[in-house]
Design a protein. Structure first.
Length: 129
């Protein structure tokens, strides 16, 4: 099936550069991959099964530590965390989290909503995979 879509010129140009850097040979190939990942993420939201995710959180000194700690304490799904520093003095924390998709998503959105947070990234994998 052929699906066409409209997009601003600048976005298309950035998309073309991005897909080239990732080694995709065509836009269609990249779009199929993006759509698959998007669907998988949406389905994951609804899953009841537990997953394991590794979350990295990068934040500056201006972050309110007590707020961060309150978030951490309200997620018993966090099984491991590590704190280290990057060159500019920012803090980098790495979390291993085991929980349902909705709980992990909720944690990610709380991290993203915290003032002073510079980046939140995560990798997930289903348990037993
Ligand atoms: Ni620190």
């Amino acid at each position: 099936m052929i699906v066409s879509m409209s997009m601003e010129k600048e976005l298309v140009e950035r998309f073309d550069r991005a897909i080239k850097s990732r080694g995709y040979s065509t836009r269609s190939e990249a779009m199929r991959d993006l759509v698959r990942n998007f669907i998988s993420d949406c389905e994951w939201d609804l899953e009841e099964e537990e997953s394991i995710a590794v979350i990295t959180l990068l934040y500056g000194k201006d972050v309110k530590k007590y707020k961060l700690m309150a978030i951490q304490h309200s997620y018993p799904e966090i099984s491991t965390m590590m704190h280290t520093h990057v060159e500019d003095g920012s803090c980098l924390e790495v979390y291993v989290v085991k929980g349902t998709g909705d709980r992990i998503r909720s944690l990610l959105s709380e991290f993203r909503g915290l003032a002073g947070v510079k980046a939140v990234k995560f990798v997930r994998s289903a348990c037993g995979v």
